[in-house]
Design a protein around this ligand. Structure first.
Ligand code: SAH
Length: 278
């Protein structure tokens, strides 16, 4: 595994400079799903962008996590441990670069988020992902982040992933079965379901942590309702211009919202709308 640092052109996005990795331009021009990349647009502000040559297995994922630490994305030891334990290589389509910091198309106009986005969301939710806690992953896609949640809350906790594409849910179950999170699926503390994630998943509510992996035009009320007092939701909000919002529910049920960063995610929408491009 060799880390590689690339100088790349900076362009203005949403009033901030960010560095557009060349690899992403390629996706931009080649696939309909690539308009939406699950990226943190401000992370690269006027800076160098790195990517890793694709290693395999443990060296690849260790290198990925080391680079995310080096570039200041990961500061939490627990998040580093979890992302190193759960092999992203098992969750991306065969032949794609598992350990490069970029989103990867997974079919059905969806992508697995870039590692820095997974790391960012795990860190934002870390305090709500202690053993025994409950987490909901809306738009669970490949199941990678859902699996990370399961490792963090453990067998005493409860993790639910919801995606509205049945084929993706099947794939995420197969991915998890191959991974270190398999035992949670087997014993039932982790489950993945087909459903409209805008409605949440009432069965195991309320949740300490809710992650939404697709951009909503407004915060779905059922998700707010299913957030436990003291709990936290991370959700990208917006259509073309999107911001990652962090929503804390106070003990009295009131809500506090702050903006974390600018992002680009696939839309949280209906199945028909999402598959319309096919
Ligand atoms: N976080 C996942 C996938 C991100 S892509 C990963 O990193 O692997 C966004 C996902 O949201 C897609 O899988 C898409 O199918 C799903 N999605 C979009 N709208 C949805 C909705 N209304 N209900 C459930 N899932 C939805």
């Amino acid at each position: 595994m060799r880390a590689q640092v690339l100088l790349c052109p900076t362009i203005t996005a949403y009033g901030r400079l960010y560095c557009a990795p060349r690899r992403l331009h390629r996706y931009n021009s080649s696939s309909s799903s690539s308009q939406f990349l699950n990226l943190n647009l401000s992370r690269f502000s006027g800076a160098l962008f790195f990517h890793m040559e694709s290693g395999t297995g443990s060296s690849g994922k260790r290198g990925m996590v080391e680079n995310l630490k080096r570039y200041g994305v990961i500061s939490s030891k627990r998040v580093a441990q979890v992302m190193e334990a759960l092999d992203r290589g098992l969750f991306v389509p065969v032949g794609s670069s598992a350990y490069v910091d970029t989103p990867v198309p997974i079919g059905y106009n969806a992508t697995i988020s870039a590692p820095h986005m997974h790391a960012t969301c795990l860190q934002l939710l870390e305090d709500k992902l202690h053993p025994g806690m409950r987490a909901l992953d809306v738009g669970s896609g490949t199941g990678y982040l859902t699996g990370c949640f399961a490792l963090m809350v453990g067998a005493e906790g409860r993790v639910v992933g919801v995606d509205h594409i049945p084929e993706l849910v099947d794939m995420s179950i197969k991915n998890i079965e191959k991974s270190v999170a398999a035992s949670f699926l087997k014993k039932g503390s982790l489950s993945l379901h087909v459903g409209d994630g805008r409605k949440g998943w009432q069965e195991f509510a309320p949740y300490d942590a809710i992650h939404v992996g697709a951009a909503a035009s407004e915060i779905p009320q059922p998700l707010l309702d299913q957030l436990k007092p003291g709990g936290r939701m991370v959700i990208p909000l917006g259509t073309y211009f999107q911001e990652l919002k962090v929503i804390d529910k106070n003990e009295d049920g009131s809500i506090k919202v702050h903006t974390e960063t600018s992002v680009r995610y696939v839309p949280l929408t209906s199945r028909v709308e999402q598959l319309g491009g096919f």
